[in-house]
Design a protein around this ligand. Structure first.
Ligand code: 5RP
Length: 292
């Protein structure tokens, strides 16, 4: 029986405080659902509006590539230092402890490996993403590749339909089509195709003229690191992307193949969240490396 004796009428309606009508802090997502915004807020730092995602999905194409031989040993210890973890369901389930509290961006397409023809992919089931409590789902689009462009865009579109149903943001990952020039025209087109098809995040590559790629993409862009570079060069790459308006990185090899992965992750965070210059961040890299 409800207690009806002492019902107190509300008397604190904050009449001098108007309701907050400010916009959501990430671009292009003001009209997204509450759940989608809430998940994006787990991935993107509220203060900087940026993110450092750690990508370790490479094995589904390449097998146990250098730095990813043992996800439990190479990646799990870095998890606490990343803003988000991007990987495939098998490796996350087997090698990332379930008490991990970092948001997961689940690689959701699969199909072919470097041994045959890449990107003939299908989507894994949506129940998997929901059951793993993911904060985002990622799929590749191979724009400009005659064999796989249509099927990867179709996959991506279907993934956005699923994401919208469950309020899970979808990240479009732009593969570089075989014969495509790696320039701002190409990456601008590929990124825009992701956004036009409903991406909440776009992952692409830095190039000269990146400010135009960012400007023409209405949702946050993160960059992949690409092949392993000397640490200072990788930090310069991050810096240039951030200064052109990128919202962070989803970086793999330049972190886990570094001589000092934790130091590199710490330095990348300085660039992404604190606008550190490459030289400042490299000092951080060396300091953390030498402390270890
Ligand atoms: C391509 C991917 C990879 O996760 C990503 O590009 C790899 O990151 P990096 O280039 O920094 O090693 O999405 O399938």
């Amino acid at each position: 029986m409800a207690d009806l004796d002492d019902i107190r009428d509300g008397d604190n309606f904050g009449l001098n405080t108007p309701a907050d009508t400010s916009a959501f802090y990430l671009k292009g997502l003001n009209n997204a659902s509450w759940g989608l915004k809430n998940r994006m807020s787990r991935i993107f730092n509220r203060k900087s509006g940026r993110t450092v995602m750690l990508a370790f999905d490479h094995g589904f194409l390449m097998g146990p590539t250098s730095g990813l031989e043992r996800i439990d040993l190479n990646i799990a210890p870095l998890a606490a230092h990343a803003d988000c973890l991007m990987g495939c369901r098998g490796m996350i389930r087997t090698s990332i402890p379930a008490d991990n509290t970092k948001p997961i961006c689940l690689r959701t397409d699969t199909g072919t490996t470097i041994l045959t023809e890449m990107n003939h992919n299908v989507l894994i089931s949506e129940e998997e993403a929901v059951s793993m409590n993911v904060s985002a789902m990622a799929a590749m689009l191979s724009i400009g590749d005659a064999d796989t462009e249509a099927s990867t865009i179709a996959n991506f579109s279907r993934l956005v339909d699923i994401g919208n149903k469950y309020s899970i943001p979808v990240m479009g990952v732009t593969a570089v089509g075989k014969d495509m020039a790696r320039d701002s025209r190409y990456f601008g087109l590929a990124s825009r195709v992701c956004a036009e098809n409903g991406a909440s995040i776009v992952k692409t590559y830095y190039t000269e003229g990146f400010e135009n790629v960012v400007a023409a993409c209405p949702v946050p862009i993160v960059i992949a690191g690409g092949k392993k570079l000397p640490e200072l060069e990788a930090l310069e790459l991050c810096y240039k992307a951030i200064q052109c308006g990128a919202s962070g990185v989803d970086m793999g090899r330049n972190v886990f193949q570094s001589e000092a992965p934790l130091a590199m992750m710490t330095a990348v965070k300085e660039v992404v969240h604190n606008d550190a210059t490459p030289a400042e961040a490299f000092d951080v890299y060396n300091t953390v490396k030498n402390e270890a």
